[in-house]
Design a protein around this ligand. Structure first.
Ligand SMILES: [Zn+2]
Ligand SMILES: [Zn+2]
Length: 359
């Protein structure tokens, strides 16, 4: 099959034919139709994530079930599905208490990658999906069935960016009606926090970003106010929009230490700073503990929107079908696999919300 392989960090991806093995017991082989490009894929090909080359990125994918491994039930060849990097055993403490996004089983493929290049070398499968390729082999827990009329490009977005941003608001923080929300970073994740906040009836909903085009987009997704933090002090600006109190919930969808530090004084007394974006593993942050202590602010960690894949993805599909969740509007452009470097570069330059590779 054709795949876009990263042989060297920072270099163009190599489009070449590689081998993919059949699904093992518990696995499913997927024929990819649409794979979105996420910032994490850019981190992967730039070498800031623990996936050594050669590696295939791509982890927001939708397509058809092609082949089913032994012991897998509930799927048939030809089923339309969406695939996520969330993988779960169904048996550990986190899984049985309803948090499969935090599954404690040590999932790793390493040398057991389903991909081999023409020299017979193992090619790593980024995020246990590696869907910048015509096919992928994944664990059954990563796969969720779609209704037949769900478009694949829109569906691919559900796997990561939409679930993460929307889930942070709705499933993790459980934002209440009329509470105030600020979202720092309104790209492919933050816009979904904005639309989640809009759906649950938050007010005001304040988008904070450095990019005027993204702030403009945020208004289409339900932001009631925007703050360009290159022009004003974002903490003061959010306070000015919330009777001087700060926001009840501040969602940080970027991983920068500065944004994480700002989120605490930006939150109101008893408010919460919700940390959604992936920070660099080597970063540290510095903030005064006093506002956390004295006014009972909370810091809430949030991994992948606290998404319970098999339960929550169908809800997102329903909201899309009802016209309450915008997905098509998140797609800036569609590309072929051969154009993948361009698709990634425009995301990296902040010129695209989500680009989608179509097979
Ligand atoms: Zn992602
Ligand atoms: Zn588990």
């Amino acid at each position: 099959m054709k795949a876009a392989v990263c042989y060297e960090f920072g270099k163009p991806l190599v489009i070449e034919d590689i081998e993919i093995r059949p699904p093992a017991p518990g696995e499913v082989k997927i024929k990819n139709v649409a794979t979105a490009v996420c910032h994490s894929d850019i981190h992967l090909v730039r070498g800031t994530l623990p996936f050594p080359p050669p590696v295939v990125g791509g982890h927001e994918t939708a397509g058809y079930v092609e082949e089913i491994g032994e012991g897998v039930t509930g799927f048939e060849k030809g089923d339309p599905v969406v695939v996520s990097l969330l993988i779960s055993c169904g048996e550990c403490r986190m899984c049985i208490t309803g948090h499969p996004n935090l599954c404690e089983y040590p999932w790793e493929r390493g040398a057991d990658s389903p991909y081999r290049n023409q020299k017979g070398e193992p090619v790593d499968q980024g995020f246990l999906i590696g869907s910048f390729a015509e096919y992928t082999v994944v664990h059954k827990s990563q796969v969720v069935k779609l209704p037949p009329d769900m478009p694949f490009d829109a569906a691919s977005l559900l796997a990561c960016g939409v679930a993460t941003g929307f889930g942070a608001v709705v499933w993790r923080a459980k934002v209440e009606l009329c509470s105030s929300v600020a979202v720092i970073g309104v790209g492919g994740v933050g816009l979904n926090s904005i639309q989640g906040a809009s759906l649950v009836g938050a007010y005001p909903i304040i988008a904070v970003d450095v990019n005027d085009a993204k702030l403009e987009a945020a208004k289409q997704f339900g932001a009631t106010h925007t703050v360009n933090n290159t022009e004003v002090d974002p903490i003061q600006a959010v306070k000015d929009l919330t009777d001087g109190r700060g926001a009840d919930y501040v969602f940080v969808t970027v991983g920068s230490p500065q944004a994480l530090e700002q989120s605490i004084p930006m939150a109101a007394p008893r408010g919460s700073a919700v940390w959604v974006g992936i920070p660099n593993i080597k970063d540290t942050v510095t903030f005064s503990p006093f506002p956390v202590f004295r006014e009972e602010r909370s810091i809430i960690g949030c991994w992948m929107g606290n998404t319970n894949l098999k339960n929550d993805i169908p809800k997102l599909v329903t909201l899309y079908q009802l016209g309450k969740l915008k997905l098509d509007e998140l797609i800036t452009k569609r590309y072929t696999l051969e154009e993948i470097d361009e698709a990634m570069e425009t995301v990296e330059r902040g010129e695209a919300l989500r680009n989608v590779i179509m097979f």
